[in-house]
Design a protein around this ligand. Structure first.
Ligand code: ADP
Length: 274
């Protein structure tokens, strides 16, 4: 129908550059410690462009740390991370791999958008400005271009009529949908979603998940998602990674992981949350 076609057209522009099915994210022997606590232990994994990957596992197993490493809110103690073929953690200088400098990190991180559990909107800016701020200041879009795109994205998340409100005038679910629009406005190649419905009242969860389902279905953006919403994970995921103590203990398509897991630990975990 027309609405769906329009959504699809709007979303054509979300993933930039277009998806080619190649490897978009690679963790190679990544170790992260906090003091004596080894949170990630020589972790290897990769995500192909356009795929939707869900990280599940008990609290404290390192899932959020992975997203924070990708956002460069934390740095690994060992190992390398690549995004779009370029090192995020390192850069090559004079034929040697050295820790990445700030400028290099900023460039590679442009590929990545993140939505947090707490929406983290700018409380003193109206909805429209929340979305246009970074595209104007970071990407150098004109105010008009940024506003046009912001309005399209607000349409996508069902909030067109709320452009002139402040975050405090919106429900949690609406604020989270603004946060999703804000992340997409930067045209990231990958969208990181960190338990984005955990802080919401139950009746507001559905609206946010519906928006994410719509984005997963109608765009080719890559998604990496930490969630406790197992039905949602089953619906949108190409691949599910089960974490325990900083390692991937099992991975596969959702049909397999949720219905016929190999590992006892996975069965236990799913038994507790499903
Ligand atoms: P998950 O998302 O799977 O619940 P996290 O990645 O949030 O797990 O946390 C993994 C472990 O790292 C936990 O034991 C947590 O206490 C610890 N941790 C995370 N962030 C920090 C930090 N900034 N300082 C110290 N310990 C941390």
């Amino acid at each position: 129908d027309t609405a769906q076609t329009e959504t699809a057209q709007t979303l054509d522009a979300v993933a930039d550059p277009p998806v080619d099915g190649s490897e978009l994210i690679r963790f190679d022997q990544v170790t992260k410690r906090f003091g004596d606590n080894t949170v990630l232990d020589r972790l290897d994994f990769s995500v192909d462009s356009g795929k939707h990957v869900t990280l599940i596992g008990p609290s404290g197993s390192g899932k959020t740390t992975i997203l924070r490493l990708l956002m460069t809110l934390a740095t690994p103690d060992e190992g390398t991370i690549k995004v779009g073929g370029a090192y995020l953690t390192h850069e090559e200088r004079g034929g040697k791999l050295v820790r990445a400098g700030e400028k290099h990190v900023r460039e590679v991180r442009k590929n990545i958008g993140m939505v947090f559990q707490q929406f983290n909107l700018f409380p003193n800016m109206k909805v429209l400005r929340n979305i246009t701020e970074a595209p104007v200041t970071v990407l150098g879009l004109s105010k008009d271009e940024a506003e046009e795109r912001a309005r399209e994205l607000l349409e996508l998340v069902g909030l067109r009529e709320h452009v002139d409100k402040y975050p405090g005038q919106l429900s949690g679910g609406q604020q989270q949908r603004v946060a999703i629009a804000r992340a997409l406005a930067m045209r990231p190649r990958v969208l990181l979603l960190d338990e984005v419905t955990s802080a919401l009242d139950p009746e507001l969860v559905v609206g946010v998940l519906d928006v994410l389902r719509d984005i997963a279905r109608s765009t080719d953006i890559t998604m990496l998602c930490v969630t406790h919403e197992m039905n949602f994970a089953r619906d949108i995921s190409d691949q599910v990674l089960m974490f325990d103590s900083g390692r991937v203990i099992e991975s596969g398509p959702p049909q397999k992981i949720f219905s016929d897991p190999e590992q006892e630990r996975t069965r236990e975990f799913l038994g507790a949350v499903l």
